[in-house]
Design a protein around this ligand. Structure first.
Ligand code: SAM
Length: 189
């Protein structure tokens, strides 16, 4: 393990991601990338709204098994997103909807950091109005359209101030040894 490793408990508050509007054929790659960013940047789990996509789950599970996270990362599909948001808020958690129409991330991130847990919502196509209303924070990563993948990555980086890049996965089977050139991968166990 890298000597600078941090573990998941050092990334507070705990974050889960809610992916809205996943269309299995069209969004295969983008939703996979949302999950990859969630895992790599320190989220503890993700929810896919409405849809069950076993192919996506199987592909992502392989990443968890090889690169780590299988022991804790929760992936739940086919969830009712409005119910989930209401339940989350009922339990005292904060709901952050990433949207280019929201408030600049730097203006609200300190308040979000003091939440007990955070559910981050990212959309695909048009996000239904209700999510703007039932979220605690509508947060913009700049007020220009880009992507749910970039928005999620930058949000998590601002939330944890870069510490998430030192996250190590105790159950990983593969580990990269950083090198100037080439690819050094260590097989563990
Ligand atoms: N036009 C859509 C809408 O009005 O909801 C957004 C489509 S965009 C391709 C997909 C998702 O990326 C959005 O739902 C949002 O979560 C995220 N996103 C894109 N640009 C963003 C920005 N500047 N700030 C925050 N999130 C953003």
């Amino acid at each position: 393990m890298q000597s600078t490793c941090i573990n998941l408990d050092e990334l507070q508050p705990p974050v889960y991601v809610l992916r809205l509007g996943h269309r299995p054929k069209r969004d295969k790659r983008v939703t996979t990338h949302v999950l990859l960013v969630a895992r790599a940047f320190g989220a503890r789990g993700a929810y896919i709204a409405e849809v069950v996509d076993e192919e996506l789950a199987a592909r992502f599970r392989k990443v968890l098994e090889r690169w780590g996270g299988a022991s804790y990362f929760q992936l739940e599909m086919g969830v009712d997103p409005v119910k989930l948001v209401k339940k989350w808020r009922g339990e005292g958690g904060c709901v952050v909807h990433l949207t280019m129409y929201g408030l600049p991330v730097d203006e609200v991130v300190d308040r979000i950091r003091s939440c007990s847990k955070v559910l981050v919502i990212v959309g695909a196509e048009k996000v239904p109005r209700i999510f703007y209303e039932i979220s605690d924070f509508n947060v913009a990563i700049g007020n220009q359209p880009h992507s749910e993948v970039s928005a999620l990555a930058i949000f998590l980086d601002r939330l944890w101030q870069g510490r998430e890049l030192r996250l190590c996965f105790p159950d990983a089977k593969l580990l990269i040894e950083p090198s100037e050139r080439g690819k050094k991968v260590i097989k563990l166990g």
